[in-house]
Design a binder for this molecule. Structure first.
Ligand code: DO4
Ligand code: MG
Length: 278
């Protein structure tokens, strides 16, 4: 089942039919005792809704904070070591890749998040930027993973590479994060063969594309969740981006006008156009 947040309220999709969900508070939905069972009852009792097609799909977020894990794929470790070599930061990334404690950082509040079709931003003072395609967990207030969405952790590599302490500026700014198009409601882990695809289109043609799979993710989503919820309460639940396994070559930077397309098959495709500055 897939849960959408739209301008007409939430909808659940099942076998190609869409059902309107009576509860229109997203926070109340996410904190349901058993969201999966509740949505099954909506599908069982409801009439498929024709008006879904007229609704605009919004980012699937209410008052949840967005957090992110870093250096959870070997490719991310190597790229980070390279970009921060002259700042003496390379060793940190190698160490965090193999440490027991993961790197977790605050990424966004809802107001900084772009939904499907919205634009994402490159910082006005950045010269080297990339999208990061990431499986993103939806975790309820009890610390249970209840679903999955597609995430884009927009990042300024020049700012991050200049000094690791600049990470919050490289990562957290308006429209630095995109989520959507829906939440795949499933508490079971996704299969390790699940592909994560990134395509960057420039003037309509592919400028960069790559694919990784969840088999390359070094950390277990349950363990990342456990670290996030240690001594930390999330009354409305939280999103946790699980890190990127795709980093374009160092010669590549995103440009205004690019289109970023990220696909994780069981969930869907998240597409956003890029702007720089306002
Ligand atoms: O440590 C810097 C950020 C890493 C990150 O965002 C990632 O690996 O996805
Ligand atoms: Mg990332």
């Amino acid at each position: 089942m897939k849960l959408y947040r739209t301008t007409n309220g939430p909808y659940v999709e099942h076998n190609g039919s869409y059902f309107s969900v009576a509860e229109d508070s997203w926070d109340a939905l996410v904190t349901q005792d058993d969201l999966h069972a509740y949505l099954q009852s909506v599908v069982g009792n409801g009439d498929a809704a024709a008006e879904f097609s007229s609704a605009q799909i919004l980012a699937p977020i209410g008052n949840q904070e967005v957090w992110a894990a870093g250096v959870t794929y070997y490719r991310s470790r190597s790229a980070r070591m390279e970009e921060s070599k002259s700042a003496g930061g390379g060793d940190f990334y190698d160490r965090v890749y193999s440490a027991e404690r993961p790197e977790l950082f605050f990424k966004a509040t809802a107001s900084r998040v772009a939904g499907p079709g919205d634009y994402v931003r490159i910082r006005s003072d950045a010269k080297w930027s990339v999208p990061e395609p990431e499986l993103t967990l939806l975790i309820n207030h009890r610390g249970q993973i209840i679903g999955y969405t597609v995430g884009n952790d927009m990042s300024s590599r020049d700012i991050e590479g200049e000094n690791p302490l600049y990470l919050p500026q490289a990562k957290v700014y308006d429209r630095s994060c995109a989520l959507g198009p829906c939440i795949l409601i499933d508490s079971e882990p996704l299969p390790s063969i699940t592909p994560i695809r990134l395509e960057i289109l420039r003037n309509g043609s592919a400028e960069f594309s790559a694919v990784t799979t969840l088999a390359e993710l070094k950390r277990n989503p349950t363990s990342l969740t456990e670290y996030l919820f240690r001594d930390n309460h999330f009354p409305f639940g939280a999103f946790l981006m699980t890190g990127t396994g795709i980093v374009p070559p160092d010669s590549f930077t995103l440009a205004a006008g690019d289109r970023v397309r990220i696909t994780i098959d069981p969930i869907g495709t998240l597409e956003n156009n890029v702007v720089q500055g306002n």
